[in-house]
Each structure stands twice: as structure tokens, then as C-alpha cells.
Design a protein around this ligand. Structure first.
Ligand code: 2NE
Length: 270
């Protein structure tokens, strides 16, 4: 595939191919662990994915055949968070979780190896997960002095059920791709050699579907878990669709033309 670079970053690769954007965590020397700068790059890349009309689907992956992402970089973990270049402790990966869930386009985790700790949470928050046979999944927080009681727990439980989610976090064991698929947190397992091909195939199928329909499905599935925030995001899209209708135009036009609006002309569906 002829992936073309969209933008250069220190810690990630960001490229594009036929309507698909790919964000690759590019720190193989630490099994694609993230530091604050990695997340800042990803936040920027996902914002570009949101804005660009020619991007329909986003793929998140890691460089190499060892790791998708091994979570927060333990070498820069300090007091209060992961320390950035200015010495500020951060936990900015939570902003990325929100951004991936908010993005009105499908996001696919292409898991090419270890998805561990905060790296596991990243695949959990993506809409779909396609994994290679060598992939390994698991949380380590309670072993290494951390935890994610947010999406990393509650949303995980929606995938695998409460008992399994508690097992994953309480025991901090690793699970094979096959086990993860059986648990319901992985959509498909394929040989590593065909991981990219399968992912591109899934993207191509998704791109044949109605983008607005997919957007509303994602909003609705999120809203069930996200409370008022989820309803707000879904309501925002309802407003977007209302703005596309003549009924909304009539209200605005009447105001500008200093007359009463005529809403009687519009159908009232049963
Ligand atoms: C991923 C895993 C299981 C792989 O094990 P193995 O034995 O195949 O490889 P190795 O030798 O452990 O790792 C290879 C290299 O990558 C570095 C290692 O230090 C090693 O480099 P050298 O020592 O040879 O130079 N590396 C791997 N993971 C790293 C990391 N997270 N930070 C910095 N360097 C890392 C095994 O490596 C592993 O268990 N890794 C640690 C996983 C982990 O505990 N991650 C943090 C969880 S907490 C978190 O991510 C988090 C959160 O809970 C809440 C909010 C935000 C973040």
C-alpha cells in the first residue's frame, strides 16, 4: 500500500492511503510506550482526522512486530504523572481516550503485538480491534503502581463483562489474541503477515457504508455509557442534521427577513 505521510512528529507516524488515516506509535525501543509528547502528537493527528473531509476511517497501530503499545513510559514516570520535556507531570492519555470516542468516524486498533497497561486501554477505547496471532493483551496497573478506573475499566466491562474485567485488572495476567477474541474484546484475529491487508479490507467495507449512519451508531453506543456527555454529543449531531433541513433554514430566514416564521409548511411525521 502506498501510505503517504500527512505530518511529521517525533514519536508517531501519521499517514494516509485511499481515505484511511493511520496513526502509528513509533517508539519500538520501549515497545511503543507513550510519553506526554507521544500523546500530544496523537491528539494533533486525531484532530486532523476529525477535520479532513477525505479521511473516513482511522487505524491506530504500533511500529514493528513486537508491540502495539506497552502503556505509559515507565522511564519518564515521576511524581504526579508522566514528566514532559518542561518537567510537568501529565496524564494526558485520558484526553486521547475522549478524543477517540468523540471522533465521528470509526477508529480501528490494529494490534500487532503487546497491548499492555495503558496500551491495552487504547485498543479498548477504539471502535474495533483487529489483532495478529502474536498479540498479547493485559493490564498491569496494580502491579506497577497505576490504574485506569475510567474507560479502561468501565468500558472494558462492557466488552468482556464485569467478572472478566475484574479478573483482568485484579490478576494482571496476559491473554492471547484468541482468548481476547473469545472474551469479546477483539473482533478478529489474523496472521501477522495479513494484519494490514485485513484491516484495509475492513476499512474499505466500512467506507462503502453511510458515514452519517455510522456516526450516529457510534454516538448512540457511546451515549449509553457516557451519560449526559454522551447525550450532548448525540444531540450535537441531531442539531447538525436539523441544520441541514429547510425547517431550520425557515427559522433563520424569518429572523433575517424580520417576519414571522412559517413552520406550518413542514410535515409532522407520526
Ligand atoms: C510489554 C512487556 C510484557 C514485554 O515483555 P518482554 O519481556 O517481551 O520485553 P521487555 O524486555 O520487558 O521490554 C522490551 C524493552 O521495552 C522496554 C523495556 O524496558 C525493554 O527495554 P530495555 O530495558 O531492554 O532497554 N519497555 C517495555 N515496556 C515499557 C514501558 N511501559 N515503559 C518503558 N519501557 C518499556 C513488558 O515490557 C512489560 O510488561 N512492560 C511494561 C508494561 C506496563 O506496566 N506498562 C505501564 C502500565 S501503567 C499505564 O500504562 C497507565 C495507566 O495504568 C493509567 C494511565 C496511564 C498509563
Amino acid at each position: 500500500y502506498n501510505w503517504e505521510t500527512i505530518k511529521e512528529y517525533s514519536d508517531i507516524k501519521f499517514d494516509f492511503f485511499e481515505g484511511i488515516a493511520r496513526v502509528t506509535i513509533n517508539r519500538p525501543e520501549v515497545y511503543n510506550a507513550f510519553r506526554p509528547e507521544t500523546i500530544m502528537g496523537m491528539l494533533d493527528a486525531f484532530e486532523i482526522c476529525r477535520e479532513r473531509q477525505d479521511i473516513n476511517v482511522v487505524v491506530l497501530t504500533g511500529t514493528g512486530d513486537k508491540a502495539f503499545c506497552s502503556g505509559g513510559d515507565q522511564k519518564v514516570k515521576g511524581v504526579g504523572g508522566y514528566i514532559d520535556k518542561q518537567g510537568v507531570p501529565r496524564l494526558n492519555v485520558l484526553d486521547l481516550h475522549k478524543k477517540i470516542r468523540s471522533l465521528p468516524k470509526p477508529v480501528i486498533a490494529m494490534v500487532n503485538g503487546y497491548a499492555i497497561g495503558g496500551g491495552h486501554v487504547l485498543h479498548v477505547v477504539c471502535d474495533l480491534t483487529i489483532a495478529s496471532e502474536n498479540a498479547r493483551f493485559g493490564q498491569t496497573g496494580p502491579k506497577v503502581g497505576s490504574f485506569d478506573a475510567g474507560f479502561g475499566s468501565s468500558y472494558l466491562a462492557r466488552h468482556v463483562g464485569q467478572k472478566k474485567a475484574r479478573e483482568i485488572w485484579f490478576l494482571c495476567e496476559q491473554y492471547t489474541a484468541e482468548e481476547a477474541e473469545k472474551m469479546g474484546m477483539v473482533n478478529k484475529v489474523v496472521p501477522l503477515e495479513t494484519l494490514e491487508e485485513t484491516t484495509v479490507e475492513w476499512c474499505r467495507t466500512i467506507m462503502k457504508r453511510s458515514p452519517l449512519a455510522l456516526r450516529m451508531i457510534k454516538r448512540g453506543l457511546n451515549a449509553e455509557l457516557d451519560g449526559q456527555h454522551g447525550i450532548m454529543e448525540m444531540a450535537g449531531d441531531a442539531t447538525l442534521m436539523y441544520y441541514l433541513m429547510e425547517e431550520a433554514q425557515e427559522g433563520k430566514n424569518a429572523f433575517l427577513e424580520k417576519r414571522d416564521p412559517n413552520f406550518d409548511q413542514f410535515p409532522k411525521f407520526p
